[in-house]
Design a protein around this ligand. Sequence first.
Ligand code: CP
Length: 326
Amino acid sequence: MTARDIQLDDQGRLRHFLTTEGLPRELLERMLDTASSFTGVIEKSIKTVPLLRGRTVINLFFEASTRTRTTFELAAKRLSADVLNIDVGTSATVKGESLLDMLRNLEAMQCDMFVVRHADSGAAHFIAEHVGNDLAIVNAGDGRHAHPTQAMLDMYTIRRHKRAFEPLRVAIVGDILHSRVARSQIHALNALGAGEVRVVGPRTLLPRHVDRLGVQVYHDITAGLRDVDVIITLRLQRERMQGALLPSEQEYYQLYGITQERLALAKPDAIVMHPGPINRGVEIESAVADGPQSVILNQVTNGIAVRMAVMSMCLEGRGASVQEGG
Ligand code: CP
């Protein structure tokens, strides 16, 4: 079953959120609009709505996370859902229980959603294929494949600062090869009609045939950053690198680090983004990360509203009404 088939029900509503690839523009725009209504909610002094009261969300993180796990938990709580965080390190999988047996036991507790992060590409899709119809699966990052909620919070951040996607030139800089974030961003930017999407990096950190994803490829950072509206810089994913793809972090910084000097190549009102965690002095200069054009912490804040939107949309066809959130 394709990712699109498994993600949408027969009325085109979101059942699971596994990847931005193949999803229609209207659905992504509705996600951003729904997130916008939730931003209004979480900026109030009472930050909760009863939309998912009585629903249970389980966070299943098989890989480390700060931003994603925490903002999923906050998002679920803002929607009044019950949230459980499974400590995979102390779960029965360490006693030899298989992943599927563990999931079936959690499913037997009649929960409504699993939020899954896993080091293996395809893990969330695999789980979605093996759970019952009542359970929604949200991919919180699988291997180097996809990180769809990160991409959508990035789209939300871009739209808040730049309004329309059509006139924009967006440069994604760095380790595209190992980045699930970059893949999900490229699909989302193209679906939303971004004018030009560039990937910028050394040959060793760009996937073969990356141009087939609908991007312009640059190896020269000076050309790649010229006149762009948005710079998205990425962490070097050392944990996914096999062999020596880079001479050293210092050399990478000299060639591809986002410095104040390089930022000046972009449009004067360009914004600088990073999904985090950032490595100062490796992919970005501190003066840029903390500077007036950086929206890196806004991305984190926006993650709560976007994850509220994703959760409510996935459970919408199962009894939750998104309008209640607005
Ligand atoms: N951006 C991101 O996925 O961060 P975490 O690994 O902290 O969740």
